[in-house]
Write a protein that binds this ligand. Structure first.
Ligand code: FES
Length: 78
């Protein structure tokens, strides 16, 4: 879906940048969203907030186990 008609920026493009950790100001500078008529700003901010929250959630998850790996005890030379 196109969020910014003036600059022809889609929600997917905004989401991709937000998931990479960019905030509204960064995305506005990078893509030009909300720099002409400004009608898209609220929608763009909603997309950014949703995807930044999702990205933050996944960044705090433990890493998945590596299949096929083995853990060997550390041998100490006492
Ligand atoms: S619709 Fe985004 S600046 Fe006009």
């Amino acid at each position: 879906m196109i969020v910014c008609v003036c600059k022809r920026v889609s929600d997917r493009e905004i989401a991709r940048h937000a998931s990479a950790g960019m905030d509204f100001d960064d995305i506005q500078l990078m893509l030009g969203v909300a720099t002409q008529c400004g009608r898209c700003e609220g929608c763009a901010r909603d997309v950014i907030e949703k995807h930044r929250a999702a990205a933050a959630h996944y960044m705090h998850q433990p890493a998945p186990p590596v299949l096929g790996s083995r853990v060997f005890p550390i041998l100490s030379a006492a």
